[in-house]
Design a protein around this ligand. Structure first.
Ligand SMILES: Cc1cc2nc3c(=O)[nH]c(=O)nc-3n(C[C@H](O)[C@H](O)[C@H](O)COP(=O)(O)OP(=O)(O)OC[C@H]3O[C@@H](n4cnc5c(N)ncnc54)[C@H](O)[C@@H]3O)c2cc1C
Length: 311
């Protein structure tokens, strides 16, 4: 079993301008509120600082970037290597010509939606309902109500594992449903988004509708990771889970939401292992009932707790 030793790892890394901390708890940085620590957690001061540390980080050290953890399950044993979380230096939103908005990837999607409203820019309202960052939206091709990131992205800036800068076009991102085919090591730093001429009152109304619809149909105030599984072609995951009789099913405090069967909830005190076991149990039961295999949409990272069975 791998043991994390953040202090030892820190000694192998140069000093960035931003923060670099050993053995940092990640649970409170995710919506599920579960999981172990990052061996080291890096919060770069800005894009140049990010590029510098990546360039100087030995190749054998794994690197993983997180947003606000709204689609993330961190396992109980923590995450070996370096976890990167972007902060203030990636938090600007600015207006460009032609109804375009430039946003740092630490910016919450909802802030971009509100910025678009303030400037009467339409086409970005769907971002109101996704509780992640622009970085998460770029990687997940986040979407709702028939629109997705693919429909609004002009280009994205990114830094690779060796610290080199890239600018990717929409095509370079190789988007499909909730998937981005751009190289896994890319850390997105900025997005240029395309909106359209809009009417402020109509945009405001549409945003209110998104909020109301969300609160009525999703457990938005719970400890959850959003949609657990992607919708298989021609099917809705929540329906398959419901038909398998799993609405409200639980393993300890890890529970299938009564409100929306594709959401798993930590009712308080659940472990990541229980949530993952619940997800795997759902996959087996749905497969038995319908013959359809569900694919995880939630990203699972890290290692199980010492002594725990692999889920
Ligand atoms: C209540 C609720 C409702 C939700 N509704 C929706 C919805 O309607 N539509 C939808 O699409 N999603 C939805 N989600 C899921 C989630 O909000 C999205 O997937 C979101 O885009 C994730 O962003 P994040 O910042 O939380 O990323 P995280 O969950 O922290 O990470 C998700 C993935 O993005 C990667 N990532 C994050 N930042 C970067 C970066 N800067 N560069 C490269 N990769 C990065 C991570 O490595 C990881 O692979 C919902 C979640 C919740 C909890």
């Amino acid at each position: 079993m791998t043991r994390l030793d953040g202090e030892k790892l820190l000694k192998r890394l140069p000093k960035p301008r931003g923060r670099l901390d050993a053995n940092m708890p990640l649970a409170d940085l995710t919506w599920f509120r579960v999981g172990g620590p990052a061996e080291v957690l890096f919060s770069p001061a800005d894009e140049a600082d990010l590029a510098y540390l990546l360039k100087e980080t030995p190749d054998d050290i794994p690197v993983y970037v997180i947003g606000v953890g709204s689609n993330l399950l961190v396992r109980d044993g923590g995450v070996p290597g370096m976890v990167i979380r972007l902060g203030k230096g990636f938090g600007d939103v600015a207006l460009e010509g032609g109804y375009r908005i430039k946003a740092g990837t630490a910016v919450p999607d909802v802030r971009v939606a509100r910025f678009a409203l303030d400037h009467s820019i339409g086409g970005l309202t769907f971002l109101r309902g996704i509780p992640g960052t622009i970085g998460g939206a770029l990687r997940m091709n986040g979407g709702a109500y028939g629109r997705e990131t693919k429909d609004i992205l002009v280009e994205a800036r990114a830094v690779d594992r060796r610290g080199s800068l890239h600018v990717l076009s929409n095509t370079d991102m190789q988007y499909t449903y909730r998937h981005c085919g751009a190289p896994e090591d890319l850390i997105f730093t900025q997005a240029l988004l395309q909106g359209e001429a809009g009417n402020k009152d109509e945009i405001a109304r549409a945003m209110d509708e998104v909020t109301e619809r969300r609160e009525a149909t999703q457990p938005v105030k719970s400890r959850t990771g959003g949609s657990t599984f992607k919708n298989p072609p021609g099917h809705k995951s929540w329906q398959l889970i419901d038909q398998a009789g799993l609405r409200g099913f639980s393993i300890g405090p890890a529970k299938v939401s009564e409100l929306h069967c594709n959401f798993l909830i930590n009712e308080g005190g659940a472990t990541a292992a229980q949530i993952e076991e619940l997800g795997e149990t759902i996959r087996h039961r749905v497969k038995d009932k319908s013959g359809i295999v569900l694919d995880w949409e939630i990203k699972r990272i890290g290692i199980p707790a010492e002594g725990a069975d692999h889920a």
